[in-house]
Design a protein around this ligand. Structure first.
Ligand code: ATP
Length: 249
């Protein structure tokens, strides 16, 4: 699904403040895999996500998605495959627009010219049903500005918008860092359900080792721009939070 070969990123190359953020990373991520990315501050986790999303271009190496070399494609050109959820719940939605209008915008993002899609009553009903399934009581607030919702509610809706938009890859960049523990838990559970239901390939960057132990079917640990550990299968299923903590010793 995602094939990363020799991926490198150097910031300020040749200058005194040069930083090698990624050093020739190789990584194969299978379709349907839910990969949790952990690692200390500055180890290259966000850089890896940025290079997959196309929000920055690599210094070397390549990113392939479904056999397409996307290494030189801009972020918007990769958006037919990729949706990204950020730490800040304000990212990715238009605060002054209603919930339903935000869903319309998201639906139009990858379906340019077919402006009718988001306007129909059928579309509104579909959005209402999907929102009701989140069990957050938001289905009767479709005309309310999305900016009036809590951070957790917005993150949940942003997730839903992404999957309704038929993305195949979900990039979760510390999506719960700004949320209280209960909301954080809800958002990660919703993400987990959506990833399974829509058979998405997902990457979750997190500093929360409990979440890293609970969610996903593979964990990588980044260190100084390289992959230090990579576990999956039964080893991932049985790993405990305290064992992950020891990785940081
Ligand atoms: N735009 C940039 N310009 C210069 N250096 C950068 C830039 N972005 C990242 N870096 C550097 O690259 C290295 C990797 O950063 P990155 O944000 O990928 O780490 P991270 O693992 O996501 O860290 P954190 O857990 O703190 O979010 C760090 O040393 C960082 O300072």
């Amino acid at each position: 699904m995602i094939s990363i070969t020799g991926l490198k990123k150097t910031f300020n190359a040749g200058k005194p403040n040069e930083v090698i953020a990624l050093q020739a990373v190789d990584l194969e991520i299978k379709q349907g895999e839910y990969l949790v990315v952990i690692g200390s501050n500055g180890s290259g986790k966000s850089t890896l996500l940025n290079l997959i999303a196309g929000s920055m271009l690599p210094t070397g190496g390549s990113v392939n998605i479904e056999g397409n070399d996307v290494s030189k494609l801009a972020e918007y050109q990769r958006s037919k495959w990729i949706a990204r959820i950020f730490q800040n719940p304000l990212s990715g939605t238009a605060a002054d627009l209603s919930i339903i209008d935000n869903f319309r915008l998201a639906a139009l993002r990858t379906k340019s010219k077919n402006l009718i899609i988001g306007k129909t009553e059928q579309f509104k009903q579909l959005v209402k049903e999907r929102i009701a399934a989140l069990n957050m009581g938001l289905e009767n607030k479709l005309d309310q500005p999305i900016g009036t919702l809590s951070g957790g509610q917005r993150q949940a809706l942003t997730l839903l918008m992404s999957v309704m938009d038929e993305c195949k890859i979900l990039l979760l960049d510390e999506p719960t860092a700004a949320l209280d523990p209960r909301s954080a838990n809800n958002v990660l559970k919703i993400a987990d359900d959506l990833i399974k239901q829509y058979k998405l390939t997902a990457l979750l960057v997190t500093h929360n080792l409990r979440d890293a132990a609970v969610y996903g079917n593979r964990i990588i640990q980044m260190h100084e721009g390289q992959i230090l550990k990579d576990i999956s299968g039964a080893e991932k299923t049985h790993i405990q939070q305290n064992q992950l903590f020891e990785w940081f010793a």
